[in-house]
Design a protein around this ligand. Structure first.
Ligand code: CP3
Length: 341
């Protein structure tokens, strides 16, 4: 195992005690930082940044250098997997992801391949480059979308308030849905293994649209495939963040993973009562970062009061909003870092 100068995140993920909780933030690399916006402004678009390893490494390092977080997360996107399977995405300015083609029929599902890690070689190269720049300082987090969330984008072709096309497919074409979900899960396993081989020290699975499914469906079409991934990935700690899936916490706690993410709708004590011994990650409301410094401290202390040594990782309940003042973010991080168990 690699010897890191600061391995707080890996220790807390494994349930080991530390002098203070580790902190990193979902979407820490991105638009809140002027340095990101400046670099991004010089490029053709988001994909150029994701697909150029040197640039992706640079953007991955920005929050490490500027904000002082305890871990880096590789700059990429969950949508690289559908693309490697055969469904190209575009990132439309100010709108978000858009797929020119979507999955509508059995022949579309048949056309999708199980991606190899080398189908996303640029991110593997970005990981190797970032590891050089980190130079043994802090862990690097690899990540992928959970199959259900990736499935949703492949069916809808873009973000949606209801994801009703994706949900409709689960009801009307359950077998076909399973076929696609399995291909996504197998692709994700290959990809995460590639990320770990390239140097990722820990991985996070993002199930951003977990909260929109019926609990029974979430078991059948989502947990089942997260389980497949957790069982296949064995060399590093695993974080499962299923946004809004408070109804599935007990079942998620049975997964072979180390950390369960909590969004801000969940009370940390309630989460604890459902996930047993696992480490909990979260759950500061990203909106609370719009508060005054004084109130950020108050809110942060409410969260920290519920932390237990070796059982919590400080993070937000979901990603940073782009118009958050980075100085407030740094203030929050510094405050959490000054806390001692
Ligand atoms: O700092 C980090 O967290 C690492 C990089 C990262 C990005 N996307 C970069 C990004 C990570 C971990 C993601 C994950 C991701 N991507 C998720 C899961 C997490 C979540 O937020 O629920 C999802 C659902 C996506 C899909 C996606 N990518 C959407 C819906 C959007 C548009 C909305 C938005 O936030 O802009 C993106 C674009 C995206 N991914 C940006 C970044 C920095 C903004 C692109 C830009 O520079 O214009």
């Amino acid at each position: 195992m690699e010897n890191l100068q600061n391995d707080l995140l890996l220790k807390a993920a494994r349930g080991e005690k530390t002098e203070r909780p580790p902190i990193w933030l979902m979407r820490q690399a991105g638009r809140i930082l002027p340095e990101y916006r400046e670099l991004r402004g010089k490029l053709s678009g988001f994909k150029e940044l994701v697909e150029t390893p040197d640039l992706a490494a640079e953007v991955t390092m920005q929050p490490v250098d500027i904000l002082g977080v305890d871990a880096a997360i590789i700059f990429s996107d969950i949508l690289v997997i559908p693309e490697a399977m055969g469904l190209r995405y575009e990132m439309v300015e100010k709108k978000g992801p858009w797929f020119p083609e979507t999955i509508k029929s059995k022949s579309d599902v048949d056309r999708m391949i199980v991606a190899e890690a080398s189908g996303v070689q640029y991110t593997l190269d970005a990981i190797s480059e970032t590891k050089k720049r980190l130079n043994g300082s802090i862990p690097l987090i690899g990540f992928a979308g959970a199959p259900w969330t990736i499935f949703s984008y492949m069916i809808e072709g873009q973000g949606s308030k209801t994801f009703s096309n994706a949900r409709k497919m689960l009801y009307t074409e359950p077998e076909l849905s399973h076929k696609l979900l399995e291909k996504i899960a197998l692709s994700t396993i290959n990809y995460l293994k590639g990320q770990i081989a390239a140097g990722a020290n820990i991985v996070q699975i993002f199930d951003s649209w977990a909260g929109i499914l019926h609990p029974t469906q979430y078991e059948e079409f989502a947990v089942r495939y997260i389980k497949m991934i957790c069982d296949a990935i064995q060399d590093v700690p695993k974080i499962v963040f299923a946004k809004g899936a408070y109804f599935a916490l007990e079942s998620l706690s049975e997964l072979d993973c180390h950390v369960i993410g909590a969004d801000w709708n969940m009370d940390l004590s309630d989460v604890r009562s459902q996930v047993g011994d696992k480490t909990i990650q979260g759950n500061f409301d990203p909106c609370a970062l719009y508060c005054s410094e004084e109130n950020i401290v108050k809110e942060a202390d409410l969260m920290l009061a519920k932390f237990e040594n070796g059982k919590n990782i400080a993070n937000l309940g979901h990603g940073l909003y782009p118009d958050t003042d980075w100085k407030k973010v740094k203030y929050f991080i510094d405050h959490v870092k000054s806390f001692r168990y």
